[in-house]
Design a binder for this molecule. Sequence first.
Ligand SMILES: NC(=O)c1ccc[n+]([C@@H]2O[C@H](COP(=O)([O-])OP(=O)(O)OC[C@H]3O[C@@H](n4cnc5c(N)ncnc54)[C@H](OP(=O)(O)O)[C@@H]3O)[C@@H](O)[C@H]2O)c1
Length: 247
Amino acid sequence: MPDTQPTALVDAAQPTLPTIGILGAGKVGTVLSRLLLAAGYRVLIAGSGSPAKISLIIDVLAPGAVAMTASEVARDSDIVILALPLGKYRSIPADLLEGKLVIDAMNYWWEVDGIRDDLNDPRLSTSELIQSFLPASRVVKAYNHMGYHDLDEGPAPLGTPDRKAIGIAGGDELALADVAALVNASGFDPVLVGTLRDSINLQPGSELFGANFTASGVQDAVARFPSTERGLEVAAARAGDELLSAT
Ligand SMILES: NC(=O)c1ccc[n+]([C@@H]2O[C@H](COP(=O)([O-])OP(=O)(O)OC[C@H]3O[C@@H](n4cnc5c(N)ncnc54)[C@H](OP(=O)(O)O)[C@@H]3O)[C@@H](O)[C@H]2O)c1
């Protein structure tokens, strides 16, 4: 009798980690690639063009990630992270993301996206907009509020005192559980901040945007949001909208 099991049997007994696709090979896309590769995930990544265009960047900044086209990444991944400029969301291959869990890490940034009222409407979170564009995908907001330097420098093992936290938002319990597991594996405490509608509390203009807080700091900022200037602006705009639709 051999004293070791055949490799195939050993592998079959291991739970398989999902393959993570990242659309966007810039600052955030490459940091997230590194974090997830370090956590043992297979990572596929794309920029806006051919894989050849990003291969050097990936070799240097995220060695081990596989450069592909955006369509190939969308097709071959189990979970896809959107890390491209929000203003380009209509270029996301929506049909190839049907049935998939999609993590929206994007923000409206006028210097990059231009002046876009559709991306800066207090009545609608930008993740609700993305969910409408991807109606057959399960969209969860995550990884958007922390700056890429903090994401890069912040990961710590579970249970580390003062471990930093990432706010996540969505309406699908199973999808939220998967994203929480991913955030945890990448080195951060996941904190549920509400539904996609509520995820406006993670967007630019909120206290959490740009923040690098622990879980209790994130929870406190979420609790304060309704009484902040931005929270009051959002509430007033939404109340006005409801009044209009009721008449
Ligand atoms: N920077 C931060 O600290 C930070 C933190 C959290 C979240 N975010 C958000 O994450 C997103 C990316 O920010 P970033 O700072 O990483 O920007 P970035 O460095 O400018 O990188 C953007 C990347 O997106 C790619 N891209 C553009 N259109 C694409 C498409 N249709 N499909 C796939 N890739 C596409 C670009 O490729 P090309 O070069 O080929 O155009 C580039 O690789 C933004 O929405 C931002 O608000 C940023």
